[in-house]
Design a protein around this ligand. Structure first.
Ligand SMILES: *[C@@H]1O[C@H](CO)[C@@H](O)[C@H](O)[C@H]1NC(C)=O
Ligand SMILES: *[C@@H]1O[C@H](CO)[C@@H](O)[C@H](O)[C@H]1NC(C)=O
Ligand SMILES: *[C@@H]1O[C@H](CO)[C@@H](O)[C@H](O)[C@H]1NC(C)=O
Length: 762
């Protein structure tokens, strides 16, 4: 206020009025309603608040202070459902909503919301009753018990809610009554157990990311149009779930302790027709809920956005205290509005509008209360049970510190979304080493190029379970030979003496396709095991990362296969991202930086690293039309002509696992990746992007050019069926002259080295 006054003294009157106007405008409280009936009650509340304001207002209003009562402007904003309301509040299109504690947890966790007030069920502010019990209601004459719950028709208040979902389903899973075969798919596990259900919200995208939740989860819901299976479904909420049971549609309803008595009072139902089914298998009368409860649950909370300014939060609290005091049964303005009752709206046949009916007042939460502390440890334990995953951890094998860093970011990102199983990142000593770790069960997954898959599959039995898609769903890519435009004399047929950039030995794009092209064009004529010598003789020098490494080329010569590489010291020519010219992107960089005259790359490589699409210094000012590709007929074409000017086709990079992994484990791994890519496949609205490696790195874990992962069907989970005849015969043709593929030789040599080292130490 003082600051405003100072403003008024020093600044023009017009500005002052504007300032006051905006601050009055800022005092707005927008309630998000989730149903038609709630909207009607909310509008009544709005009228009641305006009536109170009129009473408190002085007869003449000072234009400089248009809101002398300090009561904020109250509006009702109609949301589609609770999830939509959470989004609206996060996006500053609404401010307040009452949420059940499980939904409140979700709102805090995923929409950055915070609790302000809790429903209190007694009139003692010192010792409030801010909890209730979850119960399972069945018909008194029903023979249903805990042993034959399976296949029963189940009525739920709504997905994610404490009494209707988290506590009872968590308990049933914890006790092994409901089995979980999949991870991140509690809805599916539960729906496999029950028969038909009405689980409102179960088709919401968060709980149904692939849209493949079984239709049985909403089969008993009766809403029309948008209402169907939403929080506005006639069978949603406590009263809805109870009616679902009472109407004979369902066999069991998961509600709260007061639901039956409330429905007896308002709906003409008879208490003696119902029983509670207890977690110990007993049945109890409906008022004996303290001996028959499925969990003690923190009461419903009024929440707002966690990023509202402190002074707005304070205002909301004071406002909520006001409306609770005015409109509660003994309140000063009770005759204008009965806030904690919905019977007036019985034409809509709904209860618990805005607040739980029968609430006594709103209790101001201690300042530090968060969504996390409002639900207790038992709730969080139940959530863990609900998300139980038969596989605890999956270990991703990475090739370098940079890859490990990205993998750890991925791990944190997955955790933030509660994805199961948990990820772990293990650093292997190279592709070959990782492949062995997976084979022997010391790691579970990694990504491999098609060329690597050939070896990993043939020698170590690794199986592909997912493949990258580069945006065209073709399952692979063309390899092209890129060259600088001014070097127009250069064709595929006169490479002799030039310098080549080849992303990596034994990769599809950096080795098998180019080498078989050299053979086809008879620029090399390999005999027995001399292919490395042949390539070394064809080019003055090359950068072929890994070409001198023991496991690929036991002889380790000729050295000019690595002379074109850019990294310094021990990094030079390593077959991982420490070598700057590694993989297709690195190979193109080699051409760009004049480390070579021809670069063997993927058909999209030039396109995605030029014309400003790659912000790295080496790529920033490159134009795509400074490059051309060389065709097998000896001509050169523009880079987009790859369909008619390529050297061959390579199947996409794959995610692999060990042969010993069961079909269920493979499915769980795939599901983890598939859930993850729902959140992280684009760079748009999250902190982590699976298919991006930052400005100065390329192709860490996945190829940056990938847009999604696709599952590889079970019958194709074998390197031969995945790679296909054409690629296989190309690889095998080149391999005939490589002679490094024998696993035995490698072991033999390593044993020899080990023996020497051992002697040396002694
Ligand atoms: C609460 O009500 C009192 C009057 O009872 C009023 O002075 C105060 O400004 C109100 N505050 C809010 C935020 O509604
Ligand atoms: C459930 O099992 C009990 C005995 O354990 C049996 O009496 C009852 O008929 C069964 N109910 C249903 C619906 O199958
Ligand atoms: C090592 O190589 C020899 C041939 O050089 C072969 O007979 C032997 O079986 C190999 N040993 C192993 C452990 O593979």
């Amino acid at each position: 206020m003082a600051v405003t006054n100072l403003f008024c003294f020093t600044l023009a009157v017009v500005l002052c009025i504007t300032t006051d106007f905006t601050s009055a405008q800022g005092q707005v409280a927008r309630w998000c309603t989730i149903s038609r009936a709630e909207q009607v009650k909310c509008e009544d509340l709005q009228r009641a608040i305006e009536a109170v304001r009129k009473e408190l207002e002085p007869p003449v209003i000072d234009p400089k202070n248009p809101n002398p009562t300090g009561i904020p402007q109250f509006f009702c904003v109609r949301g589609e459902d609770v999830f939509d309301c959470m989004k609206k509040i996060e996006n500053n299109q609404a401010d307040l909503i009452t949420l059940e504690s499980g939904q409140g947890y979700f709102a805090g966790r995923y929409h950055n919301m915070m609790p302000l007030m809790a429903e209190n069920y007694n009139d003692n502010m010192q010792d409030p009753e801010t909890f209730y019990y979850a119960v399972a209601v069945v018909k008194a004459d029903s023979a249903i018990n805990l042993d034959n719950l399976s296949g029963m028709r189940s009525c739920h208040t709504g997905i994610g809610r404490s009494a209707g979902w988290v506590y009872p389903m968590g308990k049933l899973i914890n006790r092994g009554i409901i089995q979980t075969n999949e991870c991140n798919a509690a809805v599916k596990s539960v729906s496999n157990f029950f028969g038909k259900m009405c689980l409102p919200g179960a088709l919401n995208s968060f709980y149904n990311p692939f849209g493949n939740n079984p239709t049985s989860v909403c089969a008993m819901c009766t809403g029309v149009g948008e209402e169907w299976c939403s929080s506005d479904d006639p069978y949603a909420g406590y009263d809805g779930a109870f009616k679902c049971l009472a109407h004979g549609v369902g066999d069991i309803a998961w509600v709260r302790d007061s639901t039956v008595s409330q429905m007896v009072k308002s709906g003409g139902f008879k208490a003696e027709n119902y029983r509670l089914l207890c977690p110990n298998g007993n049945k109890e009368s409906v008022d004996n809920f303290k001996n028959c409860e499925w969990g003690r649950i923190s009461s419903h909370i009024v929440m707002t956005s966690g990023i509202r300014e402190m002074q707005m939060v304070k205002l909301y609290r004071e406002f909520l205290v006001n409306i609770s005091a005015w409109f509660r049964p003994t309140g000063a303005h009770f005759q204008k509005m009965n806030l904690f009752d919905s019977s007036k709206y019985s034409v809509y046949d709904r209860s618990n509008l805005l607040f739980t009916d029968g609430t006594n007042n709103l209790w101001k939460l201690p300042e530090q209360t968060s969504y996390y502390s409002w639900v207790d440890t038992e709730f969080r334990g139940m959530l863990n049970d609900l998300n139980r995953c038969p596989v605890r951890i999956v270990r991703w094998c990475v090739l370098s510190e940079e890859e490990k860093e990205k993998c750890e970011d991925m791990l944190m990102a997955f955790r933030a979304k509660d994805l199961e199983p948990d990820l772990d990142c293990v650093l292997g000593g190279g592709t070959e080493d990782c492949v062995r770790m997976i084979r022997y069960g010391d790691a579970d997954m990694m990504t491999l190029d098609a060329g690597d898959l050939y070896h990993a599959g043939k020698e170590h039995g690794l199986v592909p379970i997912a493949q990258e898609d580069y945006g065209d769903m073709t399952g692979g890519f063309y390899v092209v030979a890129a060259a600088r435009k001014p070097d127009s004399y250069l064709t595929l047929f006169n490479l002799k003496g030039k310098r080549s950039c080849q992303g990596g030995v034994r990769t599809g794009d950096g080795w098998f396709v180019p080498v078989s092209t050299f053979m086809e064009t008879t620029q090399i004529r390999p005999e027995s095991c001399n292919i490395f010598e042949n390539v070394g003789e064809l080019f003055a020098r090359s950068c072929i990362p890994g070409a001198l490494e023991y496991s690929y080329n036991p002889k380790g010569t000729p050295v000019n296969l690595c002379e074109g590489c850019a990294a310094g010291g021990y990094r030079k020519c390593q077959r991982n991202n420490l070598e700057l010219y590694y993989k297709a992107t690195g190979s193109f960089r080699c051409l760009v930086e004049n480390g070579g005259d021809v670069a063997f790359v993927r058909h999209l490589t030039v396109r995605i690293n030029t014309d400003g699409r790659n912000a790295a210094i080496w790529a920033r000012n490159r134009r795509s039309d400074d490059y051309e590709i060389m065709c097998k007929d000896g001509s050169r074409k523009a880079i987009d002509q790859y369909p008619s000017c390529n050297l061959g086709w390579v199947p996409s990079n794959v995610v692999v696992t060990g042969k010993h992994k069961s079909a269920r484990e493979r499915e769980i791994y795939w599901n983890l990746l598939n859930y993850a890519q729902q959140f992280f496949s684009t760079d748009s609205d999250s902190d982590f992007a699976m298919f991006s490696s930052g400005i100065n790195q390329n192709d860490l874990l996945f190829t940056d050019a990938a847009v999604r992962l696709l599952q590889i069907s079970e019958d194709k989970q074998d390197y031969r069926s995945y790679l296909g005849g054409e690629f296989l015969s190309m690889v095998e043709n080149v391999e005939r002259f490589t002679c490094s593929s024998s696993h035995k030789t490698i072991v033999n040599f390593s044993l020899l080295f080990l023996a020497i080292a051992f002697k040396f130490v002694l």
